[in-house]
Design a protein around this ligand. Structure first.
Ligand SMILES: C[S@@+](CC[C@H](N)C(=O)[O-])C[C@H]1O[C@@H](n2cnc3c(N)ncnc32)[C@H](O)[C@@H]1O
Length: 219
């Protein structure tokens, strides 16, 4: 039985799906492109994209890596499926309706797990990052692209201006990434700014190579 919060998220993105690409397509594409470049993908690697949305990122991946995308919203996923057909993306192995807080994959299933512009939308970002970590293989990469809290006055003014748009996509602007990655036990290897005025941050993290989930929990 889906929770009230996932139902209301689905409803929000049912409304947003028809206009999502127009508003956030090109605007956030530099961040998606940057993140995929920084992943340093190797031929044959398997990538999980969490909160794949309308699949704006899918044509950006090299054709010799395998992609699985998940999202809570069937309306966003339908747009992603249309994109896969339009671009003939045979390397996209699956686009599945799934809650990022309860990923239906075994531990250590993917070489790379990425989440773009979703961490500040979900109710429980810690749980999402923990799930990303669980399904990533030891030594694999976890990439997060998002806007995080900024002390800048200009950024605060900007947020007041775009608040109505943020409300539609359930975006919050006050999330701090540091405690998030620390609590998940991830090592940040690279961090850089992307998108207009460096609005978003790309975080490239690694899951420690020799740590099991049990030993991580026991720390
Ligand atoms: C702002 S959009 C980002 C979409 C895409 N990553 C992009 O680059 O445009 C946030 C996406 O997260 C999805 N989402 C929200 N909560 C989710 C959850 N708990 N599990 C999976 N997807 C979720 C929404 O349906 C939406 O497609």
């Amino acid at each position: 039985m889906p929770s009230d919060s996932s139902q209301s998220m689905r409803m929000a993105y049912a409304k947003a799906a028809p206009v999502y690409d127009f508003v956030f397509g090109r605007l956030l594409q530099p961040g998606r492109r940057h993140a995929i470049r920084l992943m340093g993908l190797r031929s044959g690697e398997h990538v999980l994209e969490v909160g794949v949305g309308t699949g704006q990122s899918l044509p950006l991946y090299p054709r010799d890596v395998r992609i699985t995308g998940v999202d809570l919203s069937p309306h966003m996923l339908e747009k992603a499926r249309q994109r896969v057909r339009r671009h003939g993306l045979e390397n996209v192995e699956g686009l599945l309706e799934m809650d990022a807080t309860k990923l239906n994959f075994p531990d250590n299933s993917f070489d790379v797990v990425i989440a773009m512009y979703i961490i500040s939308v979900v109710d429980d970002p810690d749980r999402v990052v923990e799930e990303m970590r669980r399904v990533c293989r030891p030594g694999g990469r976890i990439v997060i692209v998002n806007h995080f809290h900024s002390p800048s006055v200009w950024m605060k003014l900007w947020h007041i201006l775009v608040r109505p748009i943020h409300r539609v996509v359930r975006f919050r602007s006050d999330l701090d990434y540091r405690p998030l990655v620390t609590r998940a036990g991830l090592m940040v290897e690279r961090q850089c700014r992307a998108n207009l005025c460096g609005y978003s941050t790309v975080l490239c993290c690694r899951k420690p190579p020799y740590e099991t989930r049990e030993s991580f929990r026991a720390r």
